[in-house]
Design a protein around this ligand. Structure first.
Ligand code: DUC
Ligand code: ZN
Ligand code: ZN
Length: 498
């Protein structure tokens, strides 16, 4: 056997199903050996006392994307993927977003032009379909699915993006024929716009009314409808960015009935509430996203859904807009709540937040953390076998975490372009220190070591109809939660850190 390029030595290696102390041998970008005392490597990284996890896959993020309102997100594919890498990720799956009147194929080509010279970690693309015309349904979408764009998102709200039920059935028909997964932004547009009009008529224009207008019932009703339409067409469905218990219960019921329905939630629904939008002046705009953050009971419900496997995916929904005239304040210094671009940054803190408040408090096992951080997204979106786990033959995509490092979050530590973080001042336990993508050290010692353009495009396999994915988060089994000794006891405050 020829020399190894790299050995990651003495770490506690954690996957979605197992934990073991072993070395990882890497050659030509792949994992080629797992074992004790591996030798003969050109380079070694000592991971003693550290957790070695599969690199995170952030499977819902908006990078260099134009919103329906015509406002561009703050990150390009360099700042976006750098920020993701510093947050322990080795793959992102952003969107190639079609606006009405655009060719879907041309949109995909344009996103490749944006990503190819800039990305520092690997990426796939979901499609966003806002104009399902004959050309899209009969030619472009089927061909793109065959080319490795096997998941697409549709919106049930946003005036310029939304599809009606007939259009949803049209795209579900293509998904069924070609073998694709549909992701849905499920909110009832009429409910939101009706409440919004009433609020504005009454002079309620501050950011906090964004949360009032996006009623929980708008979310649960649309979730129910999307599930029923996908059931009619027998197409797998993933309900993205679930914020509230009613919508989660719809997903759970569908899963209990055996449907291929999956769910995703995001940090903003675990860590923020609608009170965060209630700030002086326009400041609450920094927390406006859709669906909006809800309340403490909803946060607890989302944790329950992560723990019991109702949610397979935990993504950032990174959709950053600067708090200035290029972003949140594009309509002026005092916009009404309908004029504020929807979205928050999250690529860099998704995993540290989940690790600290999920694993660190005992809500999630380490194996569940890995499943939510990486493995389930790889399986759902057709990257299994290459990404999302640590096994011989897979890409050497690793994040080495120091579970004892304590970090207090500030905006100037972040590597994205938003200029603020909704999580300012939070103290988090556990941090991804070294990130390795296809055997290349991308982040180490707080520095970036990867060149723009070194990330690669990943075509995705279709979802497998023959093998229902079921509940992908492993059931809680404390006896198998090896590596737990590395997680500081939350009752012991004041561990080492910076
Ligand atoms: N809502 C979306 O639907 N997309 C981007 C961000 C957001 O808040
Ligand atoms: Zn959405
Ligand atoms: Zn989104």
């Amino acid at each position: 056997m020829s020399e190894l390029d790299l050995v990651v030595r003495n770490g506690t290696v954690v996957t979605a199903v197992d934990t073991a102390s072993c070395d990882i041998g890497i050659r030509a970008g792949r994992i080629v050996a797992l074992g004790e005392g591996l030798s003969g490597a050109a380079r070694e990284i000592d991971a003693s006392g550290k957790l070695v996890l599969p690199g995170g896959i952030d499977s819902h993020c908006h990078i260099d994307q134009l919103s329906g309102m015509g406002i561009r997100t703050a990150d390009d594919f360099h700042s976006g993927t750098v920020s993701a890498a510093f947050g322990g990720n080795t793959t992102v799956i952003p969107f190639a977003a079609q606006h009405r009147g655009q060719s879907l194929r041309a949109v995909v080509e344009e996103y490749h032009e944006r990503a190819t010279p800039k990305a520092v970690i690997d990426y796939a693309f979901h499609l966003i379909i806002s104009d399902p015309n004959e050309q899209v349904l009969n030619q472009e979408l089927p061909a793109l699915i065959r080319d490795g764009y096997t998941s697409f998102k549709v919106f049930m709200t946003y005036e310029k993006m939304r599809l009606d039920d007939r259009q949803l059935l049209d795209v579900l028909g293509v998904a069924r024929r070609e073998g694709a997964l549909m992701m849905v932004h499920a909110e009832n547009d009429d409910v939101i716009s009706w409440i919004s009009a009433k609020l504005l008529e009454q002079g309620h224009r501050e950011p906090k009314f964004h949360a009032v207008s996006h009623a929980q019932i708008a979310e649960s009703e649309a979730t129910h409808r999307a599930i029923r339409l996908s059931e009619l067409m027998d197409v797998p469905l993933l309900v993205v960015h679930v914020s509230a218990e009613g919508a989660m219960n719809e997903i759970r019921r569908a899963q209990d009935a055996g449907l291929r329905v999956y769910g995703e939630t995001c940090p903003q629904y675990l860590f923020l509430t609608k009170e965060d939008l209630d700030l002086p002046g326009a400041n609450g705009a920094m927390f406006c996203c859709s669906p909006p953050p809800r309340d403490v009971n909803s946060q607890e419900a989302m944790w329950r859904g992560l723990r019991n496997g109702t949610f397979q995916v935990f993504s950032s929904d990174h959709a950053p807009y600067r708090f200035d005239e290029t972003g949140k304040l594009a309509a002026g210094p005092s916009p009404n709540f309908k004029e504020i671009a929807n979205g928050l940054p999250g690529l860099e803190l998704r995993l540290p937040l989940l690790f600290s408040e999920g694993v660190g408090t005992g809500r999630l096992t380490l194996n569940q953390f890995v499943a939510l951080a990486s493995t389930n997204a790889a399986r759902l979106y057709g990257l299994e076998g290459r990404k999302g786990s640590i096994a011989v033959g897979m890409d050497a995509d690793l994040a080495i975490w120091d579970p004892r490092r304590t970090v207090t979050v500030t905006a100037d530590m972040m590597h994205d372009n938003t200029g603020y973080t909704p999580y300012e001042g939070r103290t988090l336990d556990g941090w991804p220190e070294t990130v390795i993508s296809r055997g290349r050290v991308v982040v180490q010692d707080g520095r970036l070591h990867a060149e723009p353009g070194s990330g690669e495009f990943l075509p995705c396999d279709p979802p497998e109809p023959a093998r229902p994915l079921g509940r992908l988060v492993p059931e809680v089994d404390p006896a198998r939660n090896f590596g737990a000794e590395l997680i500081p006891d939350p009752s012991q405050a004041g561990t080492a850190g910076d």
